[in-house]
Design a protein around this ligand. Structure first.
Ligand SMILES: Cc1cc2nc3c(=O)[nH]c(=O)nc-3n(C[C@H](O)[C@H](O)[C@H](O)COP(=O)(O)OP(=O)(O)OC[C@H]3O[C@@H](n4cnc5c(N)ncnc54)[C@H](O)[C@@H]3O)c2cc1C
Length: 455
């Protein structure tokens, strides 16, 4: 079931060893980005370059147009980054794309006001009129400027609610649905842009329309059409619900042609349970290796959604989008593995161990939990070909390691850790500490794989 479509010839790519096909895709993605950036700058030079030789007002107008054009270009890049476009996500991982999305989003938020600022400044200097007169002319007689101003305000509000101090105060769903207004903002700004300045005529207009069409087409295809297609094809439903621990519940999902739903151990899906008040998409890792019988997710009760999900009845239909993620064995260089799991971070690791166990790989698992009764999949793991060390933070039982993952414990329990692929997954605090520790211990980046359980 694990569809391996890559060649095995290695190449050296951006400091990491990957197979050739993977490497070429990455190069192609960078190429597409830079070539389009170059075209956009070319469009600006073609349309506004002449203004750079003009008066101070002209120079500000040219700069204003450049900021506007680049801002819209990077907004399109933003859509590509969160569009769940498989062939891009599979090269970089959604968590990395999401980090980039946040950084670009804040940069756009911080600079986009320079567009109206430079334009107002430029035209008022060139026309020798006051700023207020210029604003009034722009709003009353320029095409769609008022709509663009509304779009800009929405964009800035969406960036504002993403600042972590504000976002932490909002429910995830409130933040997410407010964020969707960005699509409205883009529509309003686009209507203004296509009527004015450098992309309003000739080949530049054709290119700009084409670029927008492609980006929106890809987002539509991967975010909406693909999950709907998968739902119709497989008709997924919950076949069985199993309590693993006091706080972890497993959902076995069946459907038509389940053996034709491909994923790799360690990956995750976005799932919507079609039950009352559960209609939100949430990411969960596959907690088994691929098999022809069912898919499984195991969910820890931690918030409003996850603490009520166990009440969903058997037979409930689900929509699945995915698989996603690069927390897989695909890039492994060594044949031996060290897994470090904390709490529910065991889910993708359990899936990887099951798959590698069938291949008789040398594996060590350091599995951290608070108490013995928090250990999920204990008997399943004991039946696999992996050496397990339970590290419990709240126990006096000498048969367990007591405390947290630290330097001494890693060296003692996995002395050859430098010759193993290391996979880490767990709560953010544990992840940050362990990844930092491993880097300090000299583990190269290419050997270290981790999955962050939050966006
Ligand atoms: C790649 C990945 C794999 C994951 N795998 C598992 C797993 O196998 N088992 C498991 O129990 N948990 C897993 N999680 C975490 C799980 O998705 C969150 O715990 C869950 O969505 C929280 O929802 P809540 O409403 O109950 O909690 P809340 O308290 O409302 O949210 C807690 C945090 O979870 C995140 N979150 C909430 N809702 C969503 C959403 N709809 N989409 C994305 N993020 C959201 C936000 O960062 C939020 O701040 C995974 C997360 C990611 C990113």
């Amino acid at each position: 079931m694990n569809k391996k479509i890559y060649t095995n010839i290695d190449c050296f790519c951006f400091g990491l060893k990957h197979d050739t096909f993977w490497c070429m895709k990455k190069v192609l993605i960078y190429f597409l980005f830079f070539i389009n950036l170059a075209i956009v700058i070319g469009i600006w030079i073609n349309g506004s370059g002449i203004l750079l030789n003009g008066s101070t007002g002209d120079i500000f107008i040219a700069l204003g147009r450049l900021v506007g054009l680049l801002a819209m270009f990077f907004i399109l890049v933003q859509l590509v980054l969160i569009g769940r476009i498989r062939w891009i996500e599979q090269q970089f991982g959604f968590d990395n794309l999401n980090i980039l999305h946040k950084k670009i989003g804040f940069s756009i938020g911080a600079t986009i006001l320079l567009h109206p600022f430079f334009i107002i400044l430029g035209y008022s200097i060139a026309g020798r009129i006051s700023y207020f007169e210029q604003i009034s002319i722009l709003l009353s007689s320029w095409p769609y400027v008022l709509l663009a101003a509304i779009g800009l305000t929405i964009l800035l509000l969406c960036v504002g609610i993403s600042i972590s101090i504000v976002r932490k105060k909002l429910k995830y769903e409130t933040w997410y649905f407010t964020h969707l207004f960005i699509y409205v903002a883009i529509g309003l700004v686009f209507a203004h842009q296509i009527q004015t300045a450098d992309v309003s005529f000739g080949w530049a207009k054709t290119y700009w329309l084409f670029l927008n069409f492609i980006v929106f087409g890809l987002v539509l295809l991967y975010r909406f059409i693909r999950p709907i297609y998968l739902t119709f094809k497989h008709q997924f439903y919950i076949d069985r619900i199993v309590t693993e621990t006091d706080s972890v519940t497993s959902f076995y999902i069946k459907g038509k042609h389940i053996n034709k739903y491909f994923f790799q151990p360690g990956q995750y899906m976005h799932i919507i349970f079609l039950a009352k008040k559960m209609w939100y998409s949430h990411p969960f890792s596959f907690s088994t290796a691929p098999n022809s019988d069912s898919l499984r997710v195991s969910i820890k009760s931690s918030g409003d959604f996850t603490s009520t999900i166990h009440k969903v009845p058997v037979g409930t239909h689900v929509i699945i989008d995915g698989p996603f993620g690069i927390f897989t064995e695909k890039t492994a260089k060594y044949d031996a593995y060290l897994f470090i799991a904390g709490g529910i971070g065991i889910t993708p690791i359990r899936s990887l161990i099951e798959s590698l166990s069938a291949k008789n790989k040398d594996m060590i698992l350091l599995y951290g939990n608070r108490t013995e009764k928090d250990i999920a999949f204990r008997s399943e793991l004991e039946n696999m070909n992996v050496k397990i060390h339970h590290v419990l933070s709240e126990t006096n039982d000498p048969k367990f390691e007591t405390g947290y993952m630290d330097n001494e414990r890693i060296v003692r329990l996995a002395p050859d850790f430098m010759k193993r692929e290391i996979f880490v997954c767990g709560p953010p605090v544990m992840m940050n500490a362990v990844v930092k520790l491993l880097k300090e211990m000299g583990v190269p980046k290419s050997q270290l794989h981790y999955e962050v359980f939050s966006y």
